[in-house]
Write a protein that binds this ligand. Sequence first.
Ligand code: ATP
Ligand code: MG
Length: 210
Amino acid sequence: PAGAGSEGRRRRLGIMGGTFDPIHHGHLVAASEVAAEYSLDEVIFVPTGEPWQKAGRRVTSAEHRYLLTVIATASNPRFSVSRVDIDRGGTTYTIDTLRDFRAMYSDADLFFITGADAMAQIMSWKNVEELWELAHFVSVTRPGYRSEDFGRAENISLMEIPAMAISSTDLRARGQAGDPVWYLVPDGVVQYINKHKLYQAGPGARPSDA
Ligand code: ATP
Ligand code: MG
């Protein structure tokens, strides 16, 4: 029956939201660790939409980020990718993502996976209470960010995972500088980045030796 796991229990779905510009092994380890600890049937990666106003920096097109996420997750039978945030368009708000998943999977238990930095941001929002009703939140440790104790918020769990000091910001900077990104991201991601010349400096730059 729809929604039921192999043992007839409620399906347990992880949701891993992110810009994934590009996706890296920090994201994949976080999803894998939470999936094992919480016996998740599936983790769905959800790349964000393209912001209407590109505040600050240019975000790589949604289609590139979507395909990078597909390539990185394709080999794991429990990982998949959703286009809901991309197809909704504009800036992504976690509340919209969760409402859409709640509607699509009305009989599943939802686990929203975030790093410590993203969790701290979510906590600073107004009306966070509605989020807790839609999903359980799992905040994983991330090097360089303090894991806050969210004490009274009973729908947030903290989980320590192997430290992966990797960020998309650093990977983009490596692209600009022509420094390697091998082993920080899956091989297919390195190859896709090179094929489409993502994250490279302008013409005349030293070609990436990645
Ligand atoms: P950027 O530097 O562009 O912000 P990022 O590396 O932080 O990129 P995001 O797409 O912003 O990646 O993050 C998506 C989610 O993955 C967030 O919840 C973030 O906290 C988490 N995350 C990212 N990198 C790590 C990591 N190395 N360890 C644990 N969690 C991570
Ligand atoms: Mg980030």
